[in-house]
Design a protein around this ligand. Sequence first.
Ligand SMILES: [Zn+2]
Ligand SMILES: [Zn+2]
Length: 119
Amino acid sequence: MSKATPGINPHSKPKGNGCQDCLKTGGWWLHLRRCAECGYIGCCDSSPGQHAAKHATEMNHPVVASFEPLQSWFYDYRKKKVLRGPRLLGPRWRPENQPAPGPEGRVPRDWESRLHDVA
Ligand SMILES: [Zn+2]
Ligand SMILES: [Zn+2]
């Protein structure tokens, strides 16, 4: 059996369709990331909440997978590096009819000026 990549649990399932913390607190996100270890869904570093990065630090789960349709990259917050990884259990992405930014109805009109600049 091949050795698993640390931080990636191929048996974990995504825990929803939107950033769990934004949904709890009434926030909104630009793009979604999935914790490759436990399936937590959080928002990207450009989003106001940056919940994926916070989860990575707080839980010591350093690797996320993109949860945006058709994207298959992983990112390691500790190494600050894009990774390749195994195919995770589905659904692999948020529903395609779900808007980005999201969630529907909660995105402010001036959302673009509220993003974090992470270029
Ligand atoms: Zn969030
Ligand atoms: Zn996690």
